[in-house]
Design a protein around this ligand. Structure first.
Ligand code: ADP
Ligand code: GLC
Length: 491
């Protein structure tokens, strides 16, 4: 099969979160199974042109009243096999993408011209294929920035090469939909009949994801539990009705983890590699983590790690919120060490620094560090993820692979991947709670710490059960292929 991934992020080129990991890893897993995969991305300013190779000629893309011209660059996706490499193509347009930031910068978190930038990008997808005379069987779009691609396919582009192409839209996060003033509809070059037919209308605004969800041939999200949750008003972000309406075409497919990168047996970022057979490396990693974060070196105290975007989705309010967050009492009342690596909302960064200055067993690094995120996964005993909602979540799967027990809220992909500890039988792979309240977080961390001190054998056995879980992309890729095939069968 020929598959084109249209996305706004893909590691290692552009990343703000797990979307980037998922797009690249899924592409590699599909290529491994013999499919021909191309990824198309905007060429953001941060992606160095010197590392890419420019395609000859330029691309004219219809948008608004006229045409915009852009260049196209290409590169192999790192990790690809020589025999069947995943090719990444970059749409290079100076005005739209030649600036810092993917979706925005701190002083303008959502660029005002984002609807125009991503409308242009989605239209360029078709011109690009025509330029290289390569027509995909499957056009697979990810999240709102690429959601217009299925819409364009259905309304106007299913011609000259695209007659047999089907479209898939994957929701990585329903909380972001691309809702803008409908004045921007002008840039789509679609008629107002399509505005209503495709369901762009959202209380007199234009909703890009909603239009994509109404038009793509098949839809999915990144875990079975989240697929169910998004069809309820509580987690549907006002699109639960659309998703219930499309439920026959809507599936949940769990993400995998890239075991080439997240594997304690080969991880270059940790002091000594380890496996189920010899866990010495995990003890060394804990030592290194304590050193890195200026904590007293103590193998016997439980270390709880966090690596996260600091945003409401991740439940950080209930952990760090001034006056009510649980971190203060957790650190004051329990014999543990808590480390966090993260960046995001300024109030939260500020509060974390404030807490770290007052608590000797709480250390934080505000920022982004690939290396430290690996060290935290390997060196911690527990990993805290109290998400408000979590479409899939990658860190709890990394934790399991590293023998670190996740403490998670019972939602989305967390519910699908972590089994609660049963202290009678010793079964389980982590600690799970239902309510998103500071008290529930406090109590569940307390329970984990209690088990660490009092049920050590069970804790060690749980680590091993976690490390034996199979979260390979191979499994997920097969499910995507089934979805592509059912969609192509009715074409
Ligand atoms: P989301 O995409 O919602 O942020 P995921 O769990 O799917 O959540 O993916 C988050 C990814 O981003 C993980 O690979 C995680 O390690 C990484 N990450 C998040 N914050 C940081 C940080 N400050 N430093 C390094 N990696 C981070
Ligand atoms: C989003 C979600 C996260 C998921 C990731 C990759 O960023 O918030 O839960 O793991 O996409 O699909």
């Amino acid at each position: 099969m020929k598959i084109l991934m249209a996305a706004s992020e893909a590691v290692p080129f552009a990343k703000t979160g797990g979307l980037a990991d998922a797009v690249s890893a899924l592409s590699l897993a599909l290529a491994k199974q013999g499919h021909e995969i191309k990824i198309i991305l905007p060429r953001y300013y941060s992606i160095n042109r010197d590392m890419l190779c420019q395609l000859e000629g330029e691309l004219g893309v219809r948008t608004g009243g006229g045409e915009e011209w852009c260049a196209v660059y290409a590169a192999d996706l790192p990790g690809s096999s020589k025999k069947n490499p995943v090719m990444v193509y970059f749409i290079d347009h100076e005005v739209f993408f030649g600036r810092d930031g993917i979706y925005g910068i701190p002083s303008e978190p959502d660029f005002l011209d984002n609807p125009r930038r991503f409308t242009f990008f989605c239209r360029a997808v078709f011109q690009f294929c025509r330029k290289i005379s390569w027509y995909p069987d499957v056009l697979h779009a990810h999240d709102w920035p690429a959601a217009l691609a299925p819409v364009f396919l259905k309304y106007g582009e299913r011609v000259s090469g695209f007659e047999k192409t089907v479209s898939i839209l994957t929701i990585h996060n329903l909380g972001y939909q691309g809702i803008y003033s409908k004045d921007n509809f002008y840039y789509t070059n679609l008629g107002w009949d399509v505005f209503y037919a495709a369901g762009f209308d959202d209380w007199n605004m234009m909703n890009l994801l909603k239009a994509g969800l109404n038009t793509a041939d098949k839809l999915n999200t990144v875990s079975p539990h989240y697929a169910w949750e998004t069809q309820t008003p509580l987690h549907g972000f006002r699109l639960d009705g659309v998703l219930r309406y499309r439920s026959a075409d809507y599936a949940g497919i769990l993400n995998g983890i890239d075991t080439g990168i997240w594997n304690p047996k080969t991880d270059p970022y940790i002091p000594q590699n380890y496996s189920i057979k010899d866990m010495t490396g995990k003890i060394k990693a804990k030592e290194a983590l304590q050193r890195e974060f200026n904590l007293p070196s103590d193998p016997d105290v439980p270390v709880i790690g966090m690596v996260t975007r600091l945003t409401e989705q991740k439940g950080v309010g209930e952990v760090f919120g001034p006056a009510y967050g649980s971190a203060w009492s957790i650190c004051r009342e329990m014999n543990l060490q808590l480390v966090i690596l993260g960046s995001g909302e300024p109030w939260c960064e500020h509060e974390i620094e404030n807490l770290a200055s007052r608590l000797s067993n709480f250390k934080a690094h505000i920022g982004y560090s690939e290396r430290e995120s690996h060290l935290i996964e390997a060196g911690s005993d527990f990993f805290l993820m109290p998400s408000r909602y979590e479409p899939c979540g990658l860190n709890q799967m990394y934790s399991l692979a590293y023998g670190t027990l996740p403490i998670v809220r019972n939602t989305g992909g967390l519910a699908d991947t972590v089994q609660n500890f049963d202290q009678d039988t010793g079964a389980g792979t982590g600690f799970v709670f239902d309510d998103l309240t500071p008290a529930a977080i406090y109590n569940t961390v307390g329970w984990a710490v209690w088990a660490y001190y009092n049920r050590r054998t069970q804790i060690e056995a749980m680590r091993i059960t976690g490390m034996k879980q199979n979260f390979s992309w191979e499994k997920s890729a097969k499910k995507y292929i089934e979805m592509y095939e059912t969609s192509l069968a009715v074409m």
